[in-house]
Design a protein around this ligand. Structure first.
Ligand code: DC
Length: 233
């Protein structure tokens, strides 16, 4: 077996199941998994906690810009194989998944300075290859030369249902309509922002997983990985 390592970029809409498949593939093939959305969420949490986002949702851009160099975002491996997002040394994995962060993250992710800082960090994490990174602009902006790019899609209703069940399981008090509205709103902001909008890379392989089981998705992705590795040799 060759020790050649590649970069795998998995982009797509929110709650399309891309994190689950990216995480599993990474565990399967011994690569590092990076959830780039978690980084945008961590910046948003910081902004919420430090009065940079007002209660009406408006963002104090100069204050956020000034805070960016002070933010240290990292991932801590857990004994169960998962990893938790760390913000300045604090485990924020639970907080960044809550609706108040989901509701405010897209406008934060549309800010140029935030994207520049996080793109730099993501590129540093991918310097030695051997990573699976998921997000919105990984195949287009962060790693335009990634050896494998996947673009994942599923209907908004299906994605909202998945997110709703996930949040319900965790005991969050949410209703389906609220989650669907959040999904639709985020799709719109992510697709229409000026800086690195959610876009399919021209050389990405498409996956619509609306009617696929998680096992089917994983098999499909592993197959794509082996093909990409063979091409890269
Ligand atoms: O994948 P997610 O739902 O955790 O992403 C959270 C937000 O961050 C979402 O609104 C889009 C944004 N994001 C982005 O703009 N670029 C990325 N590479 C990853 C996420």
């Amino acid at each position: 077996m060759s020790d050649k390592k590649i970069i795998i970029a998995i982009d797509g809409y929110s709650s399309s199941g891309k994190s689950t498949m990216a995480r599993r593939l990474a565990a399967e093939i011994g690569y590092r998994y990076i959830d780039s959305g978690a980084m945008y969420r961590a910046v948003t949490l910081y902004a919420l906690e430090n009065g940079i986002i007002a209660s009406d949702g408006s963002i104090n851009r100069p204050a956020l810009q000034k805070a960016l160099p002070k933010l240290h975002i990292d991932f801590m491996p857990m004994t169960d194989g998962s990893q938790h997002t760390m913000l300045n040394g604090r485990d924020v994995e639970t907080e960044i998944r809550q609706l108040r962060v989901s509701d405010n993250v897209s406008p934060v992710a549309a800010i140029k300075e935030v994207r520049t800082a996080l793109t730099d960090l993501q590129r540093r994490l991918g310097r030695d290859k051997g990573i699976v990174m998921d997000g919105r602009d990984i195949g287009t902006t962060v790693f335009p030369d990634a050896e494998l790019k996947v673009f994942v899609n599923a209907s908004a209703e299906m994605r909202a249902r998945r997110r709703f069940l996930e949040m319900n399981d965790k005991g969050d008090d949410v209703n389906y309509e609220e989650v669907l509205a959040n999904v639709v709103r985020r799709d719109h902001i992510d697709e229409t922002r000026e800086e690195s909008p959610l876009r399919r890379a021209a050389d990405a392989v498409d996956l619509d997983n609306s009617s696929m089981s998680i096992d089917e998705q994983n098999r499909w992705l592993e197959d794509q990985f082996h093909k990409a590795l063979t091409r890269a040799k």
